[in-house]
Design a protein around this ligand. Sequence first.
Ligand SMILES: Cc1cc2nc3c(=O)[nH]c(=O)nc-3n(C[C@H](O)[C@H](O)[C@H](O)COP(=O)(O)O)c2cc1C
Length: 367
Amino acid sequence: MATETRKRKADHIRISSNQNVQARKATTGLEDIHFIHKALPEIDKQKINLSTTIFSHKFVAPLIVGAITGGTSEATKINAIIAETVEELGLGMGVGSQRAAIEDKKLEKTFSITRKKAPTAFLIANIGGVQLVHGYGLKEAKKAIEMIEADALAIHLNPLQEAVQREGQKNFEGVLEKIGAIVKELDVPVIAKETGAGIAAEEAKKLEAAGVKGIDVSGAGGTSFAAVEYYRVKRKANSFQRRLGDVFWDWGIPTAISIVEVSQTVTVPIIASGGIRSGVEMAKALALGASLTSLSQPVLHAANKSVEETKNVLSLLIEELKTSMFLVGADSVQALQATPVVLTGKTAKWLKMRKFDVEGYARRKRS
Ligand SMILES: Cc1cc2nc3c(=O)[nH]c(=O)nc-3n(C[C@H](O)[C@H](O)[C@H](O)COP(=O)(O)O)c2cc1C
């Protein structure tokens, strides 16, 4: 079992690094979010404060690297590079699903390298929600946390991936109850996290009631796990599986929509992820109600190269975020979160039909 999990993880890295597994037709919806440019920003760009405190941890900027990997020697390198970079920049990171190492102790170091390289950064452990339906419990959750001395635990929800994957676990019965049962017993915050198909208001409400302390929406418009699975079976003679990956490639709730659905429904902090590719998009996600932003795919590409490349990618994003804040006259993350934005297109339409407050964002007062 552990070997199979490890092989799958190696496939994910190989495919995500070499194939285009980004959404084809789906977009994040962030293109429908517009700031109102300020010709008189009346702030000094140098004095903009990007720091923010979430989950009782101070981040130098509202940016983390989303869960990617672990379990293989290649993953160790990638995790080490990301960890070293986020430590230097004062950010945070999530590790990939720790299932392989929970099942095979020898693989623990592929994850624990992150704490070695990042003694003070915010680290997020990772287990699958569906695993809780199939035998995992408090013991495994604690093991994942201890393995990297994590500051939080992400429980990932990936029904799309499991549905499309040949060997996927397709029974999610009782998953919410299982999440609720372990959340209360852990002494780090639990974050419920999607993996590219988004979270709707109804699920967010249930997850908050179950006791999760954060929600990572991971919406559609970026990395598509249906696409990853499509390439995993592509060369094999399983045309049914291949078709599933193709048909569901763009499935999911776009990231911008998911942020609004969740932020207008719950009070726990929201992590915005899924197709965020620039500092402008980070700024939009924060203005919609997110507390942190997160990227995976672009960081994987950089981490395949070096710490310098990874640092470049993350530093550029931060500089773009700062520039966006300057152009709307927001001198802090809190000010940005209160900045007016105009919602248009499919994003505004969807949210209005679902009875969310779209005009409220545009009516916010400009400072
Ligand atoms: C190669 C790869 C492996 C991933 N593995 C995991 C995982 O093990 N656990 C998890 O919660 N998310 C996993 N993800 C999903 C990401 O954390 C993220 O939610 C998703 O890729 C959307 O962000 P992006 O568009 O910036 O890549 C993985 C993503 C990639 C690209």
